[in-house]
Every structure is written in C-alpha cells, then in structure tokens.
Write a protein that binds this ligand. Structure first.
Ligand code: ZN
Length: 436
C-alpha cells in the first residue's frame, strides 16, 4: 500500500514534469524589455531602421515599422542590448522616447489568473466572455455553439487548415439570402489579441443586441466573419511567444513564418512594401499565397465576392481607418467617397469615449505596404467599401491592451460600423456595384 502511494506520488511528479516543461524552457519572457518610439526624419534613418529590422537580431523586435519620413517606429529592446541600440539611435541623430518600461508586466496583466505563462491551458468552456483574452479552442467552440443556438441563422464555415493543421474557422450569419453582405477578418497578425476579441464581441451583438439602430442595420445584412485567420500564430502567442506576428511555416535562415498581410497575390512585394528576408517581421513569403491560411481565405473570398459589398480587415494598433491602396500612392476610383465614409465613421467612433482615429489610404496615412488583404479585395474583386482598421491604442500598451478595454474598444468600433453601413447605403451600394 505504501509502495503504491509513493509510486503514485513520484509517477505523478514525473508525468507532470514530462508533460509540462518549466516556464523558462517553454515560454519567452520579456522581463526588463522596453519599447521605444523612434522617429526617422531622414532617408538615412529609414535605411538604418530597415536594416536593423531585416537583420532580426536577438534582443530587438519591431512592433511598428515606420516606412515614411517622420513616421514612428516602435521597437522592443532587451535589457542586454539596450545601451548598444540606444547609442546607435543617438549616433544617427534619431530622437526616441520610452513607450513601455517593462513588457513582461503588461504581458502578465493580460493574463492575471495564470502565474506561469507556459501553463496557459484554458478550459474550453461553452461560452465566451469579453473580460479576458481566450485561446483558439474557446473561440472556435463558441462559434460552434452559435450554430447550435441559432441553426436558422448561423453556419460554421471551415475554409481549410493552417500549416500546423488547425482549422481555419469562421461563420456566416444569414438573415435573408437576398441581403447584401459584410465580410470581416481578424487575427491575421497573431499578437493583435484585441482583434479576435472585438470581432467575436461584434458577432455576439449581431445576434443578441438590444440596440434598435444596430439591430435594424445588422439584420438587413448577411455577415461573413473570421475572427482568427492565423490560428497557428495565435496559439503560438499563447503558448510560447506573446509577441509573435507571422504564420508558423518554417523558412530559411532558421526563421519562421511569413507576414500573412504581405502575402496576397496583388502587387505582391511591390515598391518596397514588404520584405524578401525570411527573418523580417514583414516577410512577404516565398511567393504570393505561399501561406496556406492566406490562400484558403482568398479562395473563400472569391467564392462569395458577389455576396458582400463591405470588407473589413481588423488589426491593431495605432487607431487608424485605412483605405486601400497600400502598394501605391495612387488613389482608389471611389477614393473621395471611401474617405468621406471613413471620416464619418471615425467621428462616430470618437463620440463615445473621445478615441481619435486617423483616416487615409494605407500608403499615405502610414507607409507603402504591399500584398495586403485590403489591396487584394479592392483590386481583384472591386468591393466598393474596403477598410483596414487598426484598433487601440497609440502605444501606451500597444499589442498588450488590457482586457478591460475589449468592451470599450468593441462599443466604439460598433458605433463606427453603424456609420460605415449607413453611409454606404446612402451612397447607393450595393445596387450600383458591378463586379469588375
Ligand atoms: Zn496587424
């Protein structure tokens, strides 16, 4: 009896020890890492930042990559390399300021219930909430549950598998087959946790809201919603590295993943709006649609492109509403109306909490970025109203937005969405829309 008891204790310890490696081995911590905002005011500054990003050395990670003069670049720096990197900025004559004093503190704040990040197992519950960030399975389970709860309205759509074999799952909400549609994708960049959180909040509101104005608009449309379009990357941010951005496909130079929002087959890798270096955060992939997640989404979009007239690609952070194009400074054919709708949407968004968004084309408002989903949807499918939202905030927390901000971010986003839908309707879409 004693032997059995002893064995059961030792065996349990051994088993746990094998199954659950220590946090140090398993999860990348960011103790003492700071985020600096650097401003490039000359071409030389831009080249220097670009080469630092391309080198992708240990201890430096670019959060925002400013590609234009006077644009901000946010860089996370390890304590070991801090002196050297700051002296590089100073020598080059670049001004900088500290945005975040200790990244690990903010990472811990986002997941307060879990002491050791590597053990972030989350029970798969039967419903979702918006007071915390959740694992992929919890979100996917909730989508399944919606289809069970609203069988006449909600259909689960699986468009394919990720590189590591996870489902790429979304839903279609059909209020009436003849309704015009709205397509929304989130989670393309893995570390932008606020995007699946807000997209699922919106989904819940579409089905359950008591706000009459929103209800009327929501039910006059059909919805294609994909909260997590980069499932491998998203899980990786929960299990291994909170700051991961790309997919998880292995590439050369021992680097992993391509930027799924630089991988679309429309002016791919054009005008310097992405990188051909596999170690870069904006690696465009080995060819257009080299990422199976992106190809699956593009194929699905093509199959339903005549069923939606509004397309939203959801990202964070910076508080922007971006129109195509990113690969060129040339304007859209309906630039004036798309800009106007965007500005009305930004005004509506600001009303609730005063959150200010800037509106403009990707190339003009931030920098040249090629191979994005919004350029592709606009350029290939000629969808009338296409925006990329960059959600909260402007750098206080960056990607590590506290969970308490999920609902406020969602509410102001929905305010802006009501404006987008209403103004788009006022313009006569989708009736005037013909597929190009
Ligand atoms: Zn993003």
């Amino acid at each position: 009896m004693k032997v059995i008891t002893l064995c059961s204790v030792i065996c349990a310890v051994l088993l746990v020890g094998t199954a659950l490696p220590t946090p140090e081995e398993e999860y990348q911590r960011y103790d003492g890492h700071k985020v600096y905002r650097v401003t490039a005011t000359t071409r030389e500054h831009l080249h220097l930042l670009k080469s630092m990003e391309d080198q992708a050395k240990e201890g430096i990670l670019f959060w925002l990559i400013g590609g234009a003069l006077n644009s901000d670049t946010d860089v996370m720096v390890s304590p070991e390399r801090e002196d050297e990197i700051l002296s590089t900025f100073e020598t080059a004559g670049m001004s900088y300021k500290t945005l975040i004093e200790d990244v690990q503190t903010l990472v811990g704040n986002q997941t307060p219930d879990i002491e050791h990040q590597s053990l972030r197992a989350e029970e798969v519950t039967s419903s979702l909430n918006w007071t915390a960030y959740h694992r992929l399975d919890v979100i996917y389970n909730w989508l399944d549950e919606l289809a069970e709860t609203y069988p006449d309205l909600v259909e689960v759509i699986v468009i394919g598998n990720s590189y590591e074999g996870r489902l790429i799952k979304g839903i279609k909400i059909t209020f009436d087959e003849n309704n015009p549609g709205i397509f929304i994708e989130g989670g393309m960049h893995a570390r932008e946790w606020i995007t699946p959180a807000t997209v699922t909040y919106l989904t819940n509101e579409i089905l359950t809201s008591t706000n009459e104005a929103f209800n009327l608009l929501a039910r006059a449309h059909n919805w294609f919603i994909f909260p997590n379009t980069n499932p491998d990357g998203y899980e990786y941010t929960h299990t291994t590295n909170r700051m991961w951005r790309k997919t998880r496909k292995p590439y050369d130079n021992d680097c992993w993943g391509a930027d799924p929002n630089r991988n679309w087959d429309y002016y791919w890798l054009t005008n310097g709006g992405a990188s051909n270096n596999s170690c870069s955060e904006t690696y465009a992939g080995s060819e257009p649609f080299s990422e199976v997640e992106v190809k699956a989404l593009a194929d699905y979009i093509a199959s339903v492109s005549d069923k939606f007239h509004i397309y939203l690609s959801i990202h964070s952070y910076s508080q922007l509403i971006l129109l195509p194009y990113g690969y060129t400074y040339e304007h859209l054919d309906n630039y004036a109306e798309a800009l106007n709708v965007g500005e009305i949407a930004a005004d509506a968004l600001a009303k609730r909490y005063g959150t200010e968004y800037i509106v403009g084309s990707t190339a003009e408002a931030i920098y040249i970025a090629s191979g994005t989903s919004t350029d592709y949807v606009k350029g290939v499918h000629n969808t009338p109203i296409v925006y990329c939202y960059e959600f909260r905030d402007t750098g206080t927390y960056g990607f590590l937005l506290p969970a308490e901000q999920i609902i406020p971010n969602s509410l102001e986003f929905i305010d802006s969405l009501i404006a987008v839908i209403g103004e788009t309707r006022n313009l006569g879409y989708p009736e005037v829309h013909t597929i190009g």
